[in-house]
Design a protein around this ligand. Structure first.
Ligand SMILES: C[C@H](N)C(=O)N[C@@H](CCCCN)C(=O)O
Length: 453
């Protein structure tokens, strides 16, 4: 007979947090690679001859396969069919292969400048690599959410999710901080090579996690992955998309994240050209929101757990976003300290909204629909992460060129792109307001605390 009282691997504090540390390292490497090319925009232009449209295409490529080939949906299905170990390894291998292709295109194909479909061939190959990486990174994201749900069920689950996101921000901040100095000291592609090595480390880490997870499954005897719980199912999809709360969160998610991640990709150049911030520091400033979010996301997450007010917090975050982008759009404000203060405010908004948004999904949907709901929200979010950088790149090239730098790169006036970001932020506030109204109407309990005294 099975011993029900036998201590399982995840009953040990050290084991479950150790397991989290391992998978969080893989995600940290993923966030580093995701962000590391962004601060290099101006150098990519002067060294490899990429223009803003090509940079926008490359940046948006992260989401291209996720959106147009529905890779997040297939990823969700694979996750349910083959489990977290197989999907996590597959996702990490995709990230490694994608980044290797990106690195190859930037190092070995610099002469491949023939135009194909309006873009340089090396840009297209690098974008294809980044797109493959994007599939791996997003599928790894939903896999890690499921891993945390499995290892922390009935334990510190919300804190674990907050800590994982916070650690991912370390990867982002490191990318923004080191990209330009390392590229200037060595080669423009060295920061990407560092990311590739970290990802290989992340792959090894995931294999190590798989050993622990297999042991846990043996202890659980009935593998969680094979249970009917938390499965991606088309019946659930119908149920989820019929819920107005889903659409409001998904639209708020795409609008909010479109104002943060794509903006950050262009922010280093904005800091250098408009606010005259030193090139070596610009990436660190652009990465400040990630640094702030590292500390504040768990703090605000704890506040939401104890005091609730998630819908109001999302409104506050969206309102702060409008203020930030609006002031960045003002052409007569060019003081560097203003740019830095705005980045700090953006960091606060970037901590407020995610710490209220992701746990709200768990309030609207039952546990068995959470995986599906997250996959669908990530899918809709990726439409913005693809479309907005592509749009901003084209707008910069088409309407904003005001000269050239000494190194031959173009100089841009960022007023129009910042007006576009402000418009999206205004829409996000409207949707956050509608979400608060829907919460009152449908009783999602978003304003209520998660932890009752
Ligand atoms: C980019 C990715 N799809 C995303 O939205 N990441 C979130 C964290 C999501 C955590 C869900 N449990 C982020 O804020 O980085």
């Amino acid at each position: 007979m099975k011993d029900q009282n036998q201590k399982k691997l995840n009953d040990s504090w050290g084991m479950r947090w150790g397991a989290l540390a391992i998978v969080a390292f893989t995600m940290m490497a993923a966030y580093y690679v995701n962000d590391v090319a962004a601060p290099l925009k101006t150098m990519l232009e002067s060294t490899l001859g990429w223009n803003s449209s090509e940079f926008g295409l490359f940046t948006g490529a992260y989401s291209f396969l996720n959106v147009f080939l529905l890779m997040l949906i297939w990823g969700g299905l694979i996750l349910d069919r083959f489990g977290i170990r197989f999907t996590g390894k597959l996702a990490t291998i995709l990230m490694v292969v994608g980044t290797a292709i990106e690195y190859y295109a930037m190092t070995q194909m610099t002469d491949a400048t023939q135009i194909v479909m309006g873009y340089k061939w090396n840009v297209l190959v690098a974008s294809a690599g980044y797109s493959l990486f994007g599939v791996g990174a997003e599928v790894a994201g939903i896999t890690v959410t499921k891993i945390i749900a499995k290892w922390f069920q009935g334990k510190e689950m919300a804190t674990a999710m907050g800590v994982q996101v916070a650690l991912a921000r370390v990867g982002s901040q490191a990318a923004y901080a080191v990209a330009i100095p390392v590229a200037r000291a060595y080669e423009i592609t060295t920061p990407i090579l560092i990311g590739l090595v970290c990802l290989v480390g992340g792959l090894v880490a995931f294999f190590a996690f798989s050993v622990l997870d297999k042991k846990l499954d043996r202890q659980l005897e009935t593998a969680v992955d094979a249970s009917p719980e938390d499965k991606f199912s088309f019946k659930d999809v119908k149920h989820i998309v019929c819920n107005p709360g889903f659409w409001l969160i998904a639209v708020l998610c795409v609008l909010f994240y479109s104002c943060v991640f794509p903006f950050q990709k262009f922010a280093s150049e904005l800091m250098i050209t408009k606010y005259q911030i030193d090139e070596n520091l610009a990436g660190t400033i652009a990465g400040l929101p990630a640094l702030g979010a590292l500390f504040l996301t768990p703090v605000f997450g704890g506040m939401v757990d104890k005091r609730g007010k998630a819908a109001s917090i999302m409104m506050l975050g969206a309102a702060m976003l409008i203020g930030v982008h609006c002031v960045y759009a003002l052409p007569f404000i060019t003081a560097s300290w203003v740019a830095i203060v705005l980045m700090i405010v953006l960091g606060i908004a970037f901590s407020l909204v995610p710490s209220a948004m992701w746990p709200s999904v768990a309030k609207i949907f039952p546990v068995n629909q959470l995986g599906t709901a997250y996959a669908l929200i990530f899918f809709i979010q990726n439409i913005g992460l693809w479309g907005i950088p592509t749009l901003i790149g084209a707008v910069l090239d088409g309407f904003c060129v005001v000269g050239t730098t000494e190194s031959g790169a173009k100089l841009y006036d960022y007023t129009l792109p910042m007006c576009i970001f402000t418009g999206i932020a205004i829409l996000s506030l409207i949707v956050a307001f509608m979400l608060k109204a829907a919460d009152r109407k449908y009783g999602y309990k978003l304003e209520e605390a998660n932890i009752r005294k």
